[in-house]
Design a protein. Structure first.
Length: 183
């Protein structure tokens, strides 16, 4: 399935609107540092940010892994150009349902408000689990302000069959950060 670009439900957020995702006021309700701290990253972790967009969270993740490695991945090369200006990270253009990495390549995976945009959501989740080492964590940040919001209950139902179990969560029902352990 080819992705459809736009601002509505199920559509890939277009790169030409990327600057709106970097609005400084967003930090008041969704702090990158606070969100990334909930990932509980080790300083030498190998981290993957899937669907990084223009890199709202990327600088915070990069700072959290000073002796590790951050790889950011997005479908749109334009989004990756924004990240290149904001964070020290390897940039990869790819479909989130076909991750170009070996199995067990990462200690941590971060996904924020983009899973609902992926036409093959189950394939994306399978790929996230495949590239995550056993015992690693996948962290999902969701906010109701996103048209593709996924409730924690629905997220758990989607992740559990792939061997990702809820480790902890923070926030409220309409805006949360949930960390899942790869079993």
């Amino acid at each position: 399935m080819a992705p459809e670009y736009g601002l509505g439900r199920g559509k890939v957020f277009p790169a030409e609107k990327a600057s709106s995702l970097l609005n400084p006021l967003r930090r008041l309700v969704q702090s990158p540092d606070r969100t990334v701290s909930r990932m509980r990253l080790q300083e030498d972790a190998r981290a993957l940010e899937v669907g990084c967009g223009p890199g709202f969270f990327s600088p915070s993740i990069a700072r959290a892994v000073p002796h590790g490695r951050l790889v950011v991945l997005d479908l749109q090369i334009e989004m990756l150009r924004f990240v290149g200006e904001r964070a020290d990270a390897a940039r990869v253009q790819a479909d989130a349902s076909k991750l170009p990495f070996a199995a067990g390549s990462f200690d941590a995976v971060f996904v924020s408000a983009m899973l609902g945009e992926v036409p093959d959501r189950d394939g994306c989740i399978a790929e996230i689990r495949r590239v995550l080492r056993s015992g690693g964590h996948a962290t999902f940040a969701e906010t109701r302000r996103d048209s593709d919001f996924i409730s924690l209950q629905d997220l758990r139902q989607a992740l559990t069959p792939h061997g990702l179990t809820l480790a902890d969560r923070s926030g409220v029902r309409w805006q949360y950060v949930a960390r899942f352990r790869a079993t």
